[in-house]
Design a protein around this ligand. Structure first.
Ligand code: 0RA
Length: 649
């Protein structure tokens, strides 16, 4: 065999392997992007943008834009170095083609580039290409414009030069493959813009814009809905944004930025007048919902430093009990962002950092900066220690209240709340509990349910707004005690007095069932706020649902049909020529037991909305806004979302 033929053979063998890699992504997309639902769909955008962010972190790029096109395809553009287009010796084709069609080629060939960004799975743009019906890459580099197109990850032609340019950068337009993303290929502007805002806080100095060409906005410069994010101060501004609806305890936001043991650490924090701990942690721009070593390092650094300061100040002398770790975090909003070269992600959702070395790096960094800060700002230091003392006193009171709840929970026989109508099934994975607004609807639900596996817990009117209440008030609240005891979850461990234990959860579906009106949705929000602040694990493990009762009953003679919105009501009404009567359900109480079962409780026909925490920072902001002290932002939000509030008008 001639040398040339041999080379050719090797080359094609290699390219077959590359193809296999791409085929594998298409065969098992979830292994690469998590899932093929809306989350995975949006992940495609993050994957490309992460490459642009990498360029920005290397100092090669300061502007990134994302456009949702009319046809739901996505265009991303950056002014980075541009994907290299020269011949890749090993593969025998343009480097661009290698980056776009070879799994694991990842991108960067230069070892010293700080490859620390990268999406949840860090799989590279080739993965996006494999999962796209069509993708076009345009590279502005070395004075020329280069282009290549692909279908389902396969190059349609060799990389070609289509003109000259003075610009630099990479432009990618892709259309997600609807044979892979079967559920939906429609992008959510909200989801993408929230992520771009977050990225701009996490990467200060980078301008990140988003444009939605599906939505016209005549007041905007572009004519379309869009936003441009730019943060000069990074995490400091992120904290301000998160606490925009809370009252800051001190004027200053404490911020640190530096490197410890080769790990870049960035922290910003401020105390506010609320009682909730609000920590958000990131590793390589990824939100680590489950925390990990960086978060525990932060906690340790904070506790030891503040404790030392407080002890030395003499302010703790009158306190009759020890100050604990969580006392130092009441009313604290903080963001911890680290960059780790080889992150190990653990936990249920692979969002918990495992690298041991990060803990001491963060702890040391926090100790050093906080010690300096407290020395330089004695007034702030005093305010913070006073807040810690108040928190310790409140916790002391709360422990007593909580012990009462606990005792009831432990004595499970006879310990269940009197208002609970329990089910007969004992296996929690088969059981459901409906939290129902009001005693009368509770009665209907009790008649309508399948008592084998459905339990009913009626709640009296508006439950306590936990956003505004001190923790011990929360545990003293009758309705909340009932929820704890009915669900069988317990609170508090040696280590963390607020930790939740859901091993004994008595129902794997916890369904909130409220009227389909403004009051109902307010009560829904109150209950969700409680779950979010006090039982977040329950939401995170997918146990919390919202029932969706219908809004209308459309009757024609003896025929009855239900409608969940106005469009559905009109469609049903129009399907009959005349003699249609329409009943608007104002509340669950207007339905009889059978109707409630048929429409809202029967697993064969109902729609339950599962509550997830897509974006914890956004959820936190919205809860603090809807439920907190400041009225104007809430009014703003309600006015902007008036379509929802108007359904009752
Ligand atoms: C491979 C190598 C280099 C940059 C990139 C890929 C790159 C990928 C994307 C994706 C979107 N924007 C991007 N920008 C750059 C390094 C380039 C060099 O060494 O010159």
């Amino acid at each position: 065999m001639s040398e040339g033929a041999d080379k050719k053979k090797n080359y094609s063998a290699d390219s077959i392997q590359a193809l296999e890699g791409m085929e594998h992504v298409r065969m098992r997309p979830s292994m690469y992007i998590g899932d093929v639902g809306p989350r995975g769909l949006h992940h495609l955008v993050y994957e490309v943008v992460d490459n642009s962010i990498d360029e920005a972190m290397g100092g090669h790029c300061d502007t990134i834009s994302v456009t949702i096109n009319e046809d739901n395809s996505i265009t991303t553009k950056d002014n980075g170095r541009g994907i290299p287009v020269d011949l890749h010796k090993k593969e025998g084709v343009s480097a661009l083609q290698v980056v776009m069609t070879k799994i694991g080629a990842g991108g960067k060939f230069d070892k010293d580039s700080y490859k620390v960004s990268g999406g949840l799975h860090g799989v590279g743009v080739s993965c996006v290409n494999a999962l796209s019906k069509h993708l076009k890459a345009t590279v502005y580099r070395d004075g020329k414009i280069w282009e290549q197109e692909y279908e389902k990850g396969k190059a349609l032609y060799p990389v070609k030069s289509i003109g000259t340019t003075k610009e630099r950068g990479t432009l990618v337009t892709f259309t997600p493959d609807d044979s892979i993303f079967t559920q939906t290929v429609e992008y959510s502007y909200e989801t993408l813009s929230n992520r771009m805002r977050e990225l701009s806080f996490l990467n200060k100095g980078v301008t990140i814009s988003i444009l939605d060409k599906r939505q016209k906005d005549k007041d905007s410069e572009t004519g379309f809905v869009g936003e441009t994010f730019y943060s000069d101060e990074g995490l400091r501004e992120f904290v301000k944004f998160l606490d925009g609806n809370r009252e800051q305890l001190t004027q200053n936001i404490i911020a640190i930025e530096g490197e410890k043991n080769g790990i870049p650490v960035e922290v910003a924090m401020v105390y506010n007048t609320s009682y909730t701990e609000n920590l958000h942690s990131y590793v390589n721009n990824i939100n680590t919902h489950e925390g990990g070593t960086h978060l525990s390092g932060f906690r340790r650094g904070l506790t030891t430093t503040l404790k030392k300061y407080a002890d030395n100040s003499g302010m703790l002398e009158k306190l009759k009990f020890e100050v604990q770790g969580d006392d130092f975090r009441e009313g604290l909003t903080a963001i911890i962002s680290v960059k780790v070269a080889e992150p190990q992600f653990e936990g249920q959702t692979k969002t918990k950092l495992g690298n041991r070395e990060v803990s001491s790096a963060v702890s040391q960094a926090v100790s050093e900066m906080l010690t300096d800060y407290l020395e330089e700002h004695p007034d702030d230091a005093k305010t913070i220690v006073q807040k810690v003392i108040l928190a310790a006193q409140a916790r002391h009171a709360a422990t007593k209240a909580r012990e009462m709840v606990q005792r009831k929970t432990v004595m499970s026989i006879g310990g269940l709340p009197g208002k609970l109508s329990d089910c007969s099934e004992q296996d929690p994975s088969l059981c459901e509990v409906f939290l129902v607004e009001g005693d009368s609807a509770g009665g209907t639900a009790k008649q309508g349910r399948d008592r084998n596996f459905q339990a009913i817990l009626p709640l009296r009117g508006k439950i306590l707004n936990v956003e505004k209440a001190m923790p011990h008030r929360v545990f003293e609240n009758e309705e909340i005690k009932n929820i704890y005891t009915a669900l069988g979850v317990t609170i508090g461990t040696e280590e963390d007095s607020k930790a939740l234990n859901i091993d004994k959860l008595r129902y794997h579906k916890v369904v909130i069932m409220c009227d389909a009106d403004v009051d109902g949705s307010h009560i829904e929000t109150l209950i969700l706020t409680f779950f979010y602040r006090y039982m977040r694990e329950l939401i995170e493990s997918g146990h919390v649902y919202i029932a969706t009762p219908p809004l209308y009953l459309v009757k024609k003679g003896t025929k009855k049909q239900y409608a969940w919105d106005d469009a559905e009501r009109d469609a049903i009404a129009n399907s009959y020529s005349s003699g249609v009567s329409i009943q608007r359900y104002k509340g669950l109480g207007e339905m009889n037991a059978e109707q409630l079962w048929d429409t809202t409780m029967n697993p064969d026909f109902r729609t339950l909305r599962q509550i997830t925490i897509e974006n914890a920072t956004e959820a936190d902001r919205i809860f603090s806004m809807l439920m907190g002290d400041e009225v104007p932002p809430r009014r703003d939000f309600i006015e902007k979302n008036a379509v929802y509030a108007n359904i009752d008008a």
